[in-house]
Design a protein around this ligand. Structure first.
Ligand SMILES: Nc1ncnc2c1ncn2[C@@H]1O[C@H](COP(=O)(O)OP(=O)(O)OP(=O)(O)O)[C@@H](O)[C@H]1O
Ligand SMILES: [Mg+2]
Length: 366
């Protein structure tokens, strides 16, 4: 059995709680020296959700009293930090907010760099999980599920890349409502020899928070060389936590390469007889390229076909079911990304599918 790299449920970054711009600049410089990114909160209200999971919390002297009033829970590895003169070493406040240390700048700079460096080591590493989604028939809901998975992964602070592998799909950026967002689409990337390193790939593409998208555009149709897809997925596997691939049903060379790179593939099948028959054809073509292929059955089921029956007919495991989601279609038309609210059947299924990915050995691990 190949070793398994746990998929981090949450990217844990040190948390800085301060509204003091000068102090913040100094702490950001020290964090960079320690090789880690940080989370920022200007006050205890903004800090509350991240207070407990953060591996290290630095409370600026300016926010110490506010943190005390906010009654944030005690937690290990909390540090009160400020410049000399800002902090009274005999102050009670550090003890009252549960700070283990008082760090006075500039004297404590090397010590803080070391604490940041420890967090950098704690950051999840290892290759990304790659999941591919394809439809069992036209309009099955594959692109929406791919978008939902990517949005849900990014909401969990996983660095995510959503890749549009369907040149005829009209652009996956539209599924997220990102068509106005600046950044390269496939045609802008494919002029190169296909080589790219993860940071420059991420910088070149449209992004928001932890989600980055590589989409087709609405210009003239272009051929995507399989090498460009291979290089993209390879770079993404090294530089991201999760990669979601939206594949066409008619697999071209690039889509085959993408499918072969996936740790798990999901085929979305509406709970209808004809859709199941069509999906059987798609499975026959796709299965030889992916060892881990599972079905997502989407309702409604006008003939009361059960999800288990669809999966059995296709000879594949059932990964999940999707109840019809009222309002999803209207939301998409308005430019709302699928599963963005974190609520509803699609968001719940996406979270479950991502949790399940943690058990899948990555190609990198294998
Ligand atoms: N979970 C869902 N609940 C309700 N409606 C959905 C859901 N998923 C998809 N749809 C509807 O189905 C339409 C087609 O979905 P989508 O574009 O994801 O299908 P697809 O399988 O990618 O199609 P294509 O064959 O064009 O690639 C959407 O525009 C939306 O109206
Ligand atoms: Mg699609």
């Amino acid at each position: 059995m190949p070793p398994r790299t746990p998929l981090p449920p949450y990217r844990r970054l040190p948390l800085l709680v301060t509204a003091d711009g000068d102090l913040l600049d100094e702490l950001l410089r020290l964090a960079a020296a320690g090789g880690t990114e940080v989370e920022l909160a200007a006050d205890p209200a903004a800090a509350r959700a991240r207070w407990t999971p953060a591996p290290l919390v630095l409370v600026g002297a300016d926010q110490a009293q506010a943190c005390l009033r906010a009654r944030l829970p005690r937690r290990p590895r909390t540090v009160l930090v400020g410049r000399s003169g800002q902090l009274d070493p005999g102050t009670q406040v550090a003890e009252l907010i549960g700070a283990e240390h008082v760090a006075t700048l500039p004297a404590a700079e090397p010590w803080l760099v070391d604490r940041f460096a420890e967090c950098a080591v704690e950051l999840p590493g290892g290759p990304a999980r790659v999941v591919a989604v394809l439809g069992g028939r036209g309009g099955a809901g594959a692109s929406v599920l791919a978008g939902g998975l990517a949005v849900t992964a990014a909401r969990a602070r996983l660095r995510t890349l959503l890749v549009d592998a369907d040149p005829l799909g009209g652009g996956l950026d539209l599924v997220l409502g990102w068509e106005q967002l600046e950044g390269l689409r496939w045609p802008g990337l494919t002029g190169t020899d296909g080589r790219m390193d993860p940071p420059s790939l991420v910088r070149a593409l449209p992004s928001r928070g932890d989600l980055v998208v590589l989409s087709w555009d609405r210009g003239a149709l272009r051929h995507l060389p399989a090498e460009a897809m291979a290089a993209t997925v390879d770079a993404a596997r090294r530089g991201r936590d999760v990669v979601v691939l939206d594949l066409p049903r008619h697999l071209d060379d690039a889509a085959v390469v993408a499918l072969q790179a996936a740790d798990r593939a999901l085929i979305v099948v509406p709970a209808e007889l004809r859709a199941t028959a069509a999906a059987a054809r798609v499975v026959a073509v796709a299965a030889p390229h992916c060892a881990d292929l599972a079905v997502v059955v989407r309702g409604p089921a006008p003939g009361r076909l059960r999800a288990g029956e669809v999966a059995r007919a296709l000879g594949l495991p059932l990964a999940g079911t999707l109840r019809p989601e009222p309002g999803l279609c209207r939301g998409l038309e308005r430019g709302e990304a699928p599963a963005a609210s974190g609520k509803g059947p699609l968001a719940v299924l996406c979270q479950r599918l991502l949790d399940g990915l943690a058990d899948v050995p990555t190609a990198g691990a294998a």
